[in-house]
Design a protein around this ligand. Structure first.
Ligand SMILES: NC(=O)c1ccc[n+]([C@@H]2O[C@H](COP(=O)([O-])OP(=O)(O)OC[C@H]3O[C@@H](n4cnc5c(N)ncnc54)[C@H](O)[C@@H]3O)[C@@H](O)[C@H]2O)c1
Length: 326
């Protein structure tokens, strides 16, 4: 039985806690929440002891998996504390964003860097909730791309509403790896989620574009990703579930998949991620998305920020990594 401790008594945390608790091979054995009212509710929800601080939790509970479901504005200190204590951690995305998930800056990568270094030196498992990897349409896109169904990949076209921002980046990086450089139009001094248009290039010559905003995007699927190769191309869209693959050059339709009536991939994906994490704990394997994936998202966003503040300058990701990891 995988013993889990839930850090958070709020909605997102309770949802994750319930998913892990309902897996037959896992159970939530303790909760931790600094807000006394939320702590009392969480204790009642799971029928387990509760603690007001991570220090108390670590002293009193031997859970082997910590569900750290706190916000990106305050994720790094408890994450480092848990890694230092040798506990496996599952957390939410993005890894760090002191001004929130729509405004990740280079400074956030510098704040997150020690946690990643410490994790890499530890033998702790560290997972991040890129749950969109468990949407069947995005999984199809990834698998078809890596299995070579599109031939040589030449281009990626993507866009997303900021509600899906970490995930659209993760999707691109999951399949394509980190690009060599980005060049970005947008003004990070705009309030809220600043509009951005990202161009990128990979070392193998593939090119890509990703644009994001929050003024638009709910009308026609909040995220869409197309991967184009010299033999075929495909697009995956939305929170519900839609995938279409076509032949390159003549656009002949080869496959169309739509989610079953009444099912939404977004809703299902959290439980699928929890089950996969429990499986990895049982089999002693790395988590489905780990600290390296978390780091790649933050590094990409740091490079995007650096390019935008420098008026679209081409920014090489290795240069950003050198400055924030040193
Ligand atoms: N994967 C997805 O599709 C998806 C969807 C929605 C939200 N999210 C992510 O989920 C996260 C949700 O975080 P949130 O806003 O609920 O977090 P939060 O920071 O509000 O923390 C949640 C609860 O934990 C408690 N807490 C925080 N730090 C603590 C500590 N060190 N010790 C004890 N208690 C502590 C807080 O009092 C709070 O009640 C965000 O990062 C968001 O981006 C992901």
């Amino acid at each position: 039985m995988v013993k889990c401790a839930l850090i958070s008594g709020k909605g997102m945390g309770i949802m994750h806690g319930k998913n892990f608790d309902s897996n037959p091979d896992a159970e939530v054995v303790a909760v931790c929440e600094m807000d006394p009212e939320l702590l009392a509710k969480a204790k009642e929800e799971f029928g387990v002891p509760g603690y007001a601080s991570i220090e108390e939790l670590l002293e009193n509970c031997d859970a082997e998996l910590m569900l750290l479901i706190v916000n990106e504005t305050r994720r790094i200190p408890p994450l480092r504390q848990l890694i230092a204590a040798g506990r496996n951690v599952f957390t939410e995305k993005p890894l760090c964003g002191l001004e929130g998930q729509n405004r990740v800056k280079e400074e956030d990568a510098a704040i997150a860097a020690p946690a990643i270094k410490e994790w890499r030196e530890s033998d702790v498992k560290f997972g991040i909730d890129y749950n969109y990897r468990f949407f069947r349409h995005f999984k199809k896109l990834h698998e078809d791309a890596v299995e070579g169904k599109f031939g040589n990949i030449r281009m990626v076209r993507a866009r997303a509403h900021y509600a899906c921002w970490s995930h659209v980046i993760d999707q691109i990086l999951w399949t394509m790896g980190l690009p060599e450089w980005v060049s970005v139009m947008g003004d990070p001094s705009e309030s809220g989620g600043w509009q951005r248009m990202i161009h990128m290039k990979w070392v193998n010559g593939a090119i890509g574009s990703l644009d994001g905003g929050e003024m638009w995007g709910w009308d026609d699927d909040p995220l869409r990703i197309m991967i184009v190769g010299d033999e075929g191309y495909a697009e995956a869209r939305g929170l519900d579930g839609w995938y279409r693959r076509r032949k390159a050059f003549n656009s002949e339709e080869l496959e169309l998949w739509q989610v079953e009536e009444g099912v939404q991939e977004y809703r299902e994906s959290f439980g699928r991620m929890a089950n996969a994490v429990v499986e990895c704990m049982k089999e002693d394997k790395p988590f489905p998305a780990d600290g390296n994936d978390a780091w790649n998202e933050i590094l990409f966003e740091a490079a995007v920020y650096r390019s935008a503040v420098n008026d679209g300058q081409r920014v090489f990701l290795r240069d950003v990594e050198d400055s924030v990891m040193s």
